[in-house]
Design a protein around this ligand. Structure first.
Ligand code: IPM
Ligand code: MG
Length: 362
């Protein structure tokens, strides 16, 4: 039986993960009893509270020995004062690095019923369907030297953006392969006018395209321009490939134009085990209130079924069910706008609506 390692994490993490797992159980029911084993572990602030570290060796070993990992969210103000090395975010970065998850897929798709939740005008947003492929284990997130120290009596903070040829080549291939399953268009985003690390990025992405993917159309865009274009005319994008830091920033922006960051799932691939998580954080302000939007985590289960278990039919069932409940008017607070037939629901009711929609179809 395939095994899923589950890290509910901090803040709203446990609430949204609970709903997502229960959707997975419904998928098992309707797909003739092919079951998944799940095992939970602490990760992030809750792990620090219990063990003094945000990720234990045991938690990492469990993830590495599983077939896929589901993660809620980590972090919160409670742990912000902690020393850097034991902050919850280190667990997430350590997990990505240790599992070799160098390619982070973040699809941003607009659901028709949520058009009015976008801050952009309807005609700009309608039909958006893009994926950002974010490099996830390199760049300024991991480069050395780094740290805060005294130099000649002055305090300095240092981080270093580093990219090697193999790191760029492999993530470029993920983007081009993905583009072949879509509309064969890739936009590579960099800051090659200022940063040598991304001058190399641009050159190597171009080489890989010319050598191995002549059938895919490649264009380049500077990151500042891309941030603007995402607001001006987001429909021009299909697959975007970019560095770790730029991908972090641009995907928050991309999520907002689709209505809410509470809607977007992600898959981190490249190693033996895939990691699936909503792109939103732990939302400490609403944690424990039962109002968080579980759809990003539920859609992360769909990505897991597709990428780790090759179960595209079941993945499709989940995606359809989400579309259906939105069409039926179910809204959590983050995507709620007053309107006819629209009702505001909590985390559990949203999860139940999705399960109900799957049972009806499945
Ligand atoms: C994300 C998050 C993380 C990141 C944080 C929590 C470390 O913002 O997954 O986008 O910066 O990668
Ligand atoms: Mg982020």
């Amino acid at each position: 039986m395939p095994k899923i390692c589950v890290f509910p994490g901090d803040g709203i993490g446990p609430e949204v993960v609970r709903e997502a797992l229960s959707v997975l159980r419904t998928i098992e029911e309707v797909s003739g009893g092919r079951r998944f084993e799940t095992e939970e572990e602490l990760l992030g602030g809750v792990s620090y509270d219990a063990h003094g570290v945000p990720m234990t060796d045991q938690a990492l070993a469990l993830a590495a020995a599983s077939d896929a990992v589901l993660l809620g969210a980590v972090g919160g103000p409670k742990w912000d004062p902690l020393p850097f090395e034991v902050r919850p975010e280190r667990a997430l970065l350590g997990l990505r690095k240790n599992l070799g998850l160098f390619a982070n897929l973040r699809p941003a798709k607009v659901h028709a019923p949520l058009l009015c939740a976008s801050p952009l005008r309807r005609e700009l947003v309608e039909g958006i369907d893009l994926v950002v492929v974010r490099e996830l284990t390199g760049g300024i997130y991991f480069g050395e030297p780094r740290g805060i120290r005294m130099e000649n009596g002055i305090e300095v903070g240092i981080n270093t953006e580093v990219y090697t040829r193999p790191e760029i080549e492999r993530v470029a291939r993920v983007a081009f392969d993905l583009a072949r399953k879509r509309s064969r268009r890739v936009t590579s985003v960099d800051k090659s006018n200022v940063l040598e690390s991304t001058e190399l990025w641009r050159r190597i992405v171009t080489e890989v395209r010319n050598r191995e993917y002549a059938d895919v159309e490649l264009s380049h865009m500077l990151v500042d321009n891309c941030a603007m274009q995402l607001i001006r005319y987001p429909k021009q994008f299909d697959v975007i490939v970019t560095t770790n830091l730029f991908g972090d920033i641009l995907t928050d922006e991309a999520s907002m134009i689709t209505g809410s960051i509470g809607m977007l799932p992600s898959a981190s691939l490249g190693g033996k085990v895939g990691l699936y998580e909503p792109i939103h954080g732990s939302a400490p302000d609403i944690a424990g209130k039962g109002v968080a939007n579980p759809l990003a985590t539920i859609l992360s289960i769909a990505m897991m079924l597709k990428y780790s278990f090759d179960r595209t039919v079941e993945a499709g069932l989940i995606e359809e069910a989400v579309t259906r409940v939105l069409a039926e008017g179910y809204r959590t607070g983050d995507i709620y706008r007053e309107g006819p037939g629209v009702r505001r629901v909590g985390t559990k009711d949203m999860g139940e609506a999705v399960r109900e929609a799957i049972r009806k179809r499945g």
